[in-house]
Ligand binder design. Sequence first.
Ligand SMILES: [Ca+2]
Length: 185
Amino acid sequence: MNLGKALVCTGIFLFGITTWAVDPRGRIDICGEKNTLIAPGISPEGGSLSNPNGQIVYSQGNALIDEKWENYKFSFIPQTDGAVYILLKAIYFVKEGEEKSTSIWVRWDDVNVDGASLVNGDFEKADINGKLEGWNTNPHNYIDEEGNKCVRVCHDSYAVQRIAVTKGREVTITAKVKRDKTEGR
Ligand SMILES: [Ca+2]
């Protein structure tokens, strides 16, 4: 029996409840606008990249074990001129025996795009109402970590920005991601 299973069993035994059986992972989806077609490029280290149809690329990163910023990098290649939406989120997770998904939260910061133009990738710019420059997200997802701003998101409550892309010009996205400190283990 590994440690993870032992902890889960201990949780059931002592409290009659199950504990988390999954570590958070960052996920970034790229969705082509209108007729914009995209193809997958490089995959995140320790993660995966998939291309369920010609307009979508899903990237998913490594398991986030410690509460520290980890590097995230992947790319895609536009097959047409157009625009895409970048969705910063976390993995989709359904607990065993349940029908509804459970929200897994991660934090993102320092998003940088090579091959296209993105604004406010460090999340430092927002108006007085907390509306982030360049991004759309729930204001509650905007986090101030002792002066450093970032976003806290899950699969269904993400941060999104639209960027223009050029046919054949590979777009490489780098970012920092970490497990959220409020996330259970
Ligand atoms: Ca920041």
